[in-house]
Ligand binder design. Structure first.
Ligand SMILES: [Zn+2]
Length: 420
């Protein structure tokens, strides 16, 4: 099933709001290669972010291609049409070679009763005691349970099938990587639900190479994991066992792996991810979010002078428009308004004060995660500054790039892929 483009074992999803940091991001993958681990960059930017900024996927492609050329990167790299559906996919068709099929909206919408019935009939192996190697306790199910899960997910998987076939028609089979994402929904999927979903995906003949379930716990944008790490670890290991089992049982692509839509910076689960991936000897796609944009702000603030002034201006505007900026991200941010410093206060800050509040160093007492989350969703403010913002980036390229590369390599690649 997996002829054509193949996603390598380890890949890192990187966002680049303003398409100015592709080179600095790629430099982090080069540092990984220097340490003996191949980590493939996948540039992702969702339709939502393109709409907010007013950018085009083709600009992301141009930036990625230029970075690859300039740094002489000879390994694969991809451009992810992130969270698309049939309504939004059009402008991603040409520039992208990785498609995250977002079917979360259809989760919970019942499929055709006949289809559900046929699914349950076709899969007697899912009913009763389901024993999966490397999962201690077999899953106990019955027909009513499988019917219930099929009712919850089958319509969504069928929709993924429609998007996939549309892509095949437009781009040709094997000319793109397909991922199915189910993370932007209310409740996490359990390992047994994942198995049922994978059976349905195989029925639809979608040769997915990655799948992004919703994991237990909160995956807020740009801040650490909130939840039960032990429970996450257990489920993550069970998910890996389930995927290995589904590859064998349903003939899904051999390199099928989990995609973690982390929203960035889930430091407290990185060790669990690294250990599990190592134990099962499988790959993983770690998708960070557009926190590169925060590193741009940190770089500007660190530079001082006009750079620091712009960083302050962005905060002040973000503070004034926080409601509007937060609305599209309501389910993935938790800002405590009482913890947000007043703009008058921030305007008096030194470089050090600004970067300490923003940089994600949990050991630093000045680190302020409400401040960080508000700025994370505040990129629209910088987009409105247009040339003024982009010129500031160019004028401070070195300090900005250093922060972008260091952040990706030290805080993400090192713990997830190198395990240290
Ligand atoms: Zn996602």
């Amino acid at each position: 099933m997996s002829e054509g483009l193949k996603l390598p074992k380890f890949s890192l999803g990187v966002g680049d709001r303003f398409a100015h940091q592709a080179k600095a991001q790629l430099a982090a993958c080069i540092l990984a290669a220097d340490q003996g681990v191949e980590v493939i960059p996948v540039w992702n930017k969702s339709n939502r972010e393109h709409l907010i900024i007013g950018s085009e996927p083709s600009q992301t492609r141009a930036a990625a291609d230029a970075a690859v050329k300039e740094l002489g990167w000879t390994k694969p790299y991809f451009l992810d049409a992130d969270h698309i559906n049939l309504k939004t996919v059009e402008r991603f068709l040409e520039p992208c070679d990785f498609f995250t099929l977002d079917v979360a909206d259809l989760i919970g919408q019942p499929a055709d009763a006949k289809d559900v019935e046929a699914f349950v009939k076709r899969h007697p192996e899912l009913v009763g005691t389901v024993t999966i190697p490397q999962i201690a306790e077999p899953f106990k199910t019955n027909a009513a349970f499988v019917t219930g899960v099929a009712n919850k997910f089958l319509a969504a998987v069928q929709d993924a099938g429609r998007i996939y076939r549309f892509l095949v028609e437009k781009k040709g089979a094997g000319n793109f990587i397909a991922e199915v994402s189910m993370d932007e929904t209310d409740s996490p999927q359990t390992p047994v639900e994942l198995l049922i979903i994978l059976a349905a995906i195989a029925d639809e003949k979608i040769p997915i190479q990655t799948i992004a379930p919703k994991f237990t716990g909160r995956f807020n944008k740009g801040v650490d994991y909130v939840g039960d790490v032990a429970q996450f670890t257990k489920e993550f290991n069970e998910d890996l066992a389930t995927i290995a089992f589904a590859i064998k049982t349903y003939g899904l692509p051999e390199n099928l792996k989990l995609s973690i839509h982390s929203g960035s910076d889930k430091f407290s689960i990185y060790k669990a991810v690294h250990d599990a991936v190592k134990k099962f000897d499988v790959g993983v796609h770690m998708k960070t979010a557009g926190t590169t944009w925060l590193e741009e702000l940190i770089g500007l603030a660190e530079a001082g002078g006009a750079g620091l002034e712009i960083a302050k201006e962005v905060y002040s505007e973000a503070y004034a428009h926080s409601e509007e900026l937060c609305a599209p991200y309501a389910t993935v941010i938790d800002i405590d308004p009482s913890k947000l410093p007043k703009p008058e206060v921030v305007n008096g800050w030194t470089s050090e004060q600004y970067t300490s509040a923003l940089r994600h160093e949990q050991g630093n007492k000045a680190y302020n995660q409400s401040f960080r989350q508000l700025l994370h969703v505040g990129f629209k403010v910088a987009a409105k500054l247009e040339d003024r913002y982009l010129k500031a980036l160019a004028a401070n390229e070195e300090v900005v790039a250093r922060n972008v590369t260091t952040n990706l390599f030290e805080r993400h690649i090192r713990p997830v892929f190198l395990g240290k």
